[in-house]
Write a protein that binds this ligand. Structure first.
Ligand SMILES: *Cc1c(COP(=O)(O)O)cnc(C)c1O
Length: 428
């Protein structure tokens, strides 16, 4: 569900024409819908109402401080994975006491910074890290609140690069070792055991792997509540979204077009599966959604520069590249590609949409049937709100694009387009 739709043949974000935004701010351009972000947050919050719960937005999905501030206003907490993300949350007006700090490689500087600011908890991912956090906390005369990340060894059935809950993944501590790790942690004078955490992967499109993981780990959480007095169980993020065809996702026939057992994962279906297992624990339940909140709430606009007919393929070359949106190149991510201006019936063409970057991996789709758009036409790559702008780089010395946040009829620049001067500013 999202607020991108056609009005008088032009694609809009809420009440704002994407064509006007591109004319005014140039391309490539990221555009987000504030209403969609609020709506997704609210749906999840409502679905989890039967639980004592907290929604910690996974900052890495979209870390623009204006988006963080919008979510903070809704009551969100924050799941961070670096000192830089903690800095962003603070700049966005967020409370460090609502931040949980995950990640397998926290540095001394990051641990000190987080202890100084007083975060909610560290999600500890190894025994070596636990020892180190204890040492740093003791040097600072502080007590470090921690939860330990369990690797439940379940298959999330998602792309292997975004699967995190199998024993062969680098994340968390083996399920079987957890009780002993908590026992040992009791002897660390500057560690306070507050919770248990897991996160099995991203872009999960069925509730089943969540159910498997929660079913396996809930008894452990209950045990740790008894033995070590933990207060919360964080079940991670990972709720998937519909990338194809996202544009129709507001309509009712779209929903009916799926077989009942293949319908996209909704907040309600997710909650219905897991709430009955989690409720009896009597623990606070933390959730760490990223993509579900912001994925369908953003698009990337790009213009077609050239068409090139090769002997094997027709290429449509656009002015955005893999440096702006790397998901297709990095893990075969799919983005629906839509001309912003609807014209009468068009022929379709099988084409590769590619960027200007000097890499063969610089494509947004290959051999896809699309409405035959022309040079100069404006296109929207749908569902680019999560893991889009945040993964941008300046590879090929391409300045980072601008970002716009639309709220109703208002559009605000929330990141300026970089200039050439910005590109070299640190190189003096
Ligand atoms: C990336 C990440 C998330 C968010 O994943 P989504 O698929 O965007 O919901 C949550 N928790 C942890 C620990 C993560 O690394």
């Amino acid at each position: 569900m999202h607020d991108f739709s056609f009005h008088e043949n032009t694609l809009h974000a809420e009440k704002v024409s994407l064509r006007n935004l591109a004319d005014e701010h140039g391309t490539p351009l990221f555009v987000y819908s504030a209403n969609t972000i609020r709506d997704h947050y609210r749906r999840l919050d409502e679905a989890l109402a039967p639980l004592d719960h907290e929604i910690a937005f996974a900052v890495k999905a979209n870390s623009n401080i204006h988006i963080l501030s919008l979510l903070g206003e809704q009551g969100a907490s924050f799941d961070i994975v670096s000192g830089g993300e903690l800095f962003r949350v603070v700049k966005a007006g967020g409370d460090p006491a609502k931040c949980t700090f995950a990640g397998v490689g926290k540095t001394r500087e990051e641990i000190e910074y987080a202890l100084e600011l007083g975060i909610h908890a560290f999600n500890v991912e190894s025994e070596a890290e636990l020892q180190f956090i204890n040492q740093v906390a003791s040097e600072m005369g502080k007590i470090a609140p921690v939860s330990i990340r369990v690797n439940p060894n379940v298959d999330a059935k998602t792309h292997k690069y975004i699967s995190t809950g199998k024993a062969e993944n680098k994340f968390g501590i083996d399920f079987e070792r957890i009780p002993e790790v908590y026992e040992n942690a009791e002897n660390l004078s500057n560690i306070l055991l507050k919770g248990l955490q897991m996160h099995i992967g991203s872009q999960l499109t069925s509730h089943q792997p969540f159910l498997d993981a929660v079913t396996k780990v809930a008894p452990l959480a209950a045990e740790l509540k008894q033995t070590h007095g933990i207060e919360f169980f964080s079940i991670g993020g990972g709720i998937g979204i519909v990338y194809d065809p996202a544009l129709e996702s507001g309509s009712e026939d779209w929903w009916d077009s799926f077989e009942p057992d293949q319908r996209p994962l909704t907040a309600a279906a997710y909650a219905e599966a897991i709430v009955p297992i989690l409720k009896p624990l009597g623990l606070k339940i933390l959730l760490e959604p990223g993509r579900f909140i912001v994925g369908n709430a953003g698009v990337m606009l790009t213009r077609c520069l050239y068409e090139k007919k090769g002997s094997a393929k027709t290429f449509k070359i656009v002015d955005a590249g893999m440096n702006d949106l790397i998901r297709p190149a990095l893990y075969q991510g799919y983005h629906e590609i839509v001309p912003v201006q609807q014209s009468g019936p068009r022929s379709t063409i099988k084409t590769d949409v590619v960027g200007p970057v000097c890499e063969t991996g610089d494509f947004f789709c290959q051999d896809r049937s699309l409405p035959d758009f022309q040079e100069g036409e404006l296109l929207a790559l749908m569902s680019a709100g999560a893991y889009g702008a945040v993964m941008g780089s300046t590879y090929n010395s391409r300045p980072l694009p601008a970002e716009i946040l639309v709220d109703g009829a208002e559009a605000k620049v929330i990141r300026k387009r970089q200039t050439f001067e910005d590109l070299i500013a640190q190189e003096l």
